[in-house]
Design a protein around this ligand. Sequence first.
Ligand code: GLU
Length: 483
Amino acid sequence: MKVRVRYAPSPTGYLHIGNARTALFNYLFARKYNGEFIVRIEDTDIERNVPDGEESQLKYLKWLGIDYDESVDKINPKYAPYRQLERLDIYKKYAMKLVEKGLAYKCYCTEEELAAERNGLSEEKASHIHYSRRCLNASPEELKELEKRGEYTIRFKVPEHKTYTFNDLVKGEVSFSSDDIGDWVILKRNGIPTYNFAVVIDDHLMDITHVLRGEEHITNTPKQLMIYEAFGWEPPVFGHMTLIVKEDGKKLSKRDPNYIAFISQYEEYGYLPEALFNFIALLGWSPEGEEEILSKEELIAKFDEKRLSKSPATFDRNKLNYINSCYIKKLPLDKLVELCRPHLEKHKISLNRSEEWITKLVALFHDRLSYAKEIVDLYHEFFETEFNIEGEALDFIKQDGVKETLIVFKDKVEKLEDFTEENIQEVIKATGKETKAKGKMLYMPCRIATTAQMHGPELPKMLELIGKAEVLRRLEKTLELFD
Ligand code: GLU
């Protein structure tokens, strides 16, 4: 039997880290077992659908490298259509089959009548109360009257005192009692199916063998099992993945500054899709061994559904940044320049700068960047500082002999015609020779006097980018400290 799995987003929102993870684990599972990975659009929640929800879902799956075998834009006629709203006839046909078999029934009750049944009960109790089965138990005369209303929903007749048990890939054996579930609507008045019904019809007709999804769906599973049973269909294997939480175990909130919800935002920040793929794969799953930087191919080879975590997955932004920085280090410089360019442009850092200057700036921070947008912060940290020497840096520079070193250094900088990294390096060396300053007593004064900082990227490279005029201005300002 060929493995077929699916990711079934509702286009009520954009692709976020939680559903991307569901898609990704399904994808790894499919590839691992040479199976097929399908994306089905569950668009029956008409009021909540957003116009570009579907487009965003597909676009960012592709961006992440989660390439699917079938979907709305990759049709296999055997299983199409892939949007639930285009399959309404199918759901209706199957709902009517259940009615014919006496396993479901038409319910003519109005919203007001249903509300009245729950009236007077607390919200908690009302949500547990089952439908009274008025339409199921109506006498023939009563039913005739009800039928005059025309409009109806179809309700599934939940079997009594039954236990639904399944072996969850992640959670092990899980059981639910049917007595906790009232007769639920499978088809609404407007002909649109409810999720728990449509999902079964589709998973069955699309030959889905395994359903890996978020644990928020675990309580839906018994309803789905009832439908499989009613049709005499074999249910797929289920696996419910744990939640993604913050480091303190609390629920993630979109307002949390250490959390990035939507995949489009990762792209905007300048995270690399390969790195994000790697990071997401480690959210609630871990390979055997210590290595965590793993390519898509390695992850497919190592994927093992038995290693899906039983405890919640922690979202760790530092880990994300570390993983991304590893991928950035391996990225060719020209690619990194392209990734950084929009950020440099947006913050006017590249304004009036040559291509060579931009490339050298990016090269300077190649090993420090966690994500492309960070180049703006790094630039501001090291280049856009108000030039003020204070604290420890000031104490350092006030040491004996420093002034003399700086005078010689400034003199040599002034004479330098070609202000390049190599020449600046030579000037520092020559300053050391002439003043006998060595090591830290040579480099630190030069650094502090030109950047006001005690640490930073390679000094000659940085000074070349700052430019001769500004470097001289700073040296003059520093020497004034000794007056
Ligand atoms: N449309 C459902 C969701 O977005 C899919 C659930 C499932 O995978 O069965 O949560």
